[in-house]
Write a protein that binds this ligand. Structure first.
Ligand SMILES: *[C@@H]1O[C@H](CO)[C@@H](O)[C@H](O)[C@H]1NC(C)=O
Ligand SMILES: *[C@@H]1O[C@H](CO)[C@@H](O)[C@H](O)[C@H]1NC(C)=O
Ligand SMILES: [Zn+2]
Length: 253
């Protein structure tokens, strides 16, 4: 199956166009990589490594402040995605209109994996989101933003575009809440046309201290806080939308 990956690049465009997948962005076999929003006056605040114990509160904060978030979730990072509380949290965020994207199954460094493993990492997470919320993800954030051409090829195969960021809160790298808030303040003061920010969903101070402040800063400058699909304009949130399933014994990590 994966010998196809190293076959003719020229075939890819035709194949994926036929499959109706080019709208998610691909150049030949390699998935498009987006780092910035394009719709003026929009900001997309995104999270990775969830769901976690603060996630429902985080959703409430966005809801109360009339803002949308994008959550790139793992399958087996802190806990198994099929645990009742994880299922419940993902449904809670999705039902409130926030976007759920893929952060792969195990938070592996995808640049160091074979095509087979990358495919498996993406597919297992897709299956989980199809079961839990009835959607097939269209957006993939590789763990630590690490990707190469093989990651791009597998992403195209799976119909997903790669999405990075142009502002890192650096909460995964030890920045203090005060430092992060200063950085958000500075960013809002510079008033760029758009911003695409990355934040750690599993960090308590990010959820309760930094994010309400950041949303407020952007709102005070007149930005609309939207999902990555909206900030890029003309994209669907998901590849496919079907119906969610009831949990059974096959829901295991
Ligand atoms: C991921 O792997 C690549 C290739 O070995 C390496 O260059 C990169 O530093 C790694 N990233 C992380 C976050 O470990
Ligand atoms: C990769 O990201 C995780 C959080 O998602 C962070 O804890 C870790 O320090 C990062 N690793 C590297 C090498 O950047
Ligand atoms: Zn991560």
């Amino acid at each position: 199956m994966f010998s196809e990956l190293i076959l003719l690049t020229a075939l890819c465009t035709a194949r994926f166009t036929a499959a109706g997948l080019t709208r998610y962005g691909s150049s030949g076999c390699r998935a498009e990589v987006y780092s910035s929003c394009t719709v003026p006056n929009t900001v997309a605040i995104t999270f990775h490594d969830g769901p976690y114990i603060f996630s429902k509160d985080l959703v409430d904060i966005f809801n109360e402040m009339d803002a949308k978030a994008t959550f790139f979730v793992n399958g087996a990072n802190w806990k198994c995605i099929y645990n009742d509380d994880m299922v419940d949290t993902i449904r809670y965020a999705h039902d409130a209109g926030h976007l759920i994207g893929s952060h792969g199954w195990n938070h592996f460094n995808l640049s160091e994996q074979s095509a087979e493993t990358i495919n498996e990492q993406m597919e297992k997470l897709e299956v989980a989101l199809e079961r839990i919320i009835g959607v097939t993800p269209a957006w993939m954030r590789p763990p630590n933003g690490s990707y190469n051409d093989v990651v791009r090829e597998v992403s195209t195969r799976r119909g997903q575009s790669i999405i990075l960021w142009d502002f890192n809160a650096n909460d995964a790298y030890g920045a203090t809440p005060e430092e992060i808030k200063d950085a958000y303040h500075e960013l809002a003061e510079q008033h760029p046309s758009t911003a695409l920010t990355i934040n750690l969903e599993v960090k308590e101070s990010t959820v309760y201290d930094v994010i309400p402040y950041a949303i407020d800063q952007f709102k005070s400058k007149g930005y609309e806080l939207v999902t990555v699909s909206e900030c890029l304009g003309g994209f669907s949130d998901y590849q496919r939308v079907t119906t969610r399933s009831e949990k059974d014994d096959s829901w295991a990590c």
